[in-house]
Design a protein around this ligand. Structure first.
Ligand code: SAM
Ligand code: CA
Length: 257
């Protein structure tokens, strides 16, 4: 069960606990980018968990037992995506990087009955872990899952001009070393006024870490790709951008021409 804010507060009055929290916030790779675990817990308990659909809660709990659960979208980010999709009235969407499907379910629940998600992942097994929950939620008919690397699928879509400017919303949450390659293709596929969300653009806070900072191997490996992506997005005149410190950082790009 999740720790309550009061419980967290009680333990944090203990000096040792407080010191360990401070240390965790110094270490690059801490999950939350907020300065305080209590504040994050407050967001979850006040605004997110009480409004989280039962199916998303179930999927979150199933995913928590999976060995790669660090990859999942956090509940607050899931809530944000769900809201964003409704705000932009998205109908035709795409997701690159599904894992067990938490962001996919957040998207599917936000879309109208005839909404569509082209969902891609190299791993079908993890998607199938969440699929029964997605089916039970009554939204599986909106999903077209393609197993395999996303880039060839995008190339195929771009090759047919009929697909240009047809996507209302695209969420990118897969191999960070390909984000620039995805962007080159997605910019043609998203409609003018449509939105692309690039996830993990603050990359565990490592984007500002000194080169000798303690970092997990995968964090260090992808760090430079994320930094390059952030520069490229900021310099791209075809989009307006907004980088939000939600989850591990998400950059919202709105195509303007
Ligand atoms: N959005 C997911 C969620 O809410 O749980 C998390 C996605 S996880 C961070 C990244 C996923 O990208 C993994 O499931 C991985 O298999 C997938 N992936 C890695 N390389 C890929 C590629 N080249 N094409 C498509 N998917 C890829
Ligand atoms: Ca992510």
């Amino acid at each position: 069960m999740a720790t309550t804010a009061t419980e967290t507060k009680k333990t944090s009055t203990n000096g040792e606990e407080q010191q360990s929290q401070n240390l965790r916030h110094q270490e690059v790779g801490h999950k939350s980018l907020l300065q305080s675990d209590e504040l994050y817990q407050y967001i979850l308990e006040t605004s997110v968990y009480p409004r989280e659909p039962e199916s998303m809660k179930e999927l979150r709990e199933v995913t928590a037992k999976h060995p790669w659960n660090i990859m999942t979208t956090s509940a607050d980010e899931g809530q944000f995506l769900n809201m964003l999709i409704k705000l932009v009235n998205a109908k035709n969407t795409m997701e690159i990087g599904v894992y067990t499907g938490y962001s996919l379910l957040a998207t599917a629940l936000a879309l109208p009955e005839d909404g569509k998600i082209l969902a891609m992942d190299v791993n079908r097994e993890n998607y199938e872990l969440g699929l029964p929950i997605i089916e039970k939620a009554g939204v599986a008919h909106k999903i077209d899952f393609r197993e395999g690397p996303a880039l060839p699928v995008l190339d195929e879509l771009v090759a047919d001009e009929k697909n240009h400017g047809t996507y209302d919303f695209i969420f990118v949450d897969a191999d960070k070393d390909n984000y620039i390659n995805y962007h080159k293709r997605l910019i043609d596929l998203v409609k003018i006024g449509g939105v692309i969300g690039y996830d993990n653009t603050l990359w565990n806070g490592s984007v500002v870490a000194p080169p000798d900072a303690p970092m997990r191997k995968y964090v260090r490996y992808y760090r430079d790709f994320v930094i390059e992506l952030n520069k490229a997005l900021a310099a791209d005149p075809r989009i307006e951008i907004c980088m939000l410190p939600v989850g591990d950082g998400i950059t919202i790009c709105r195509r303007i021409n």
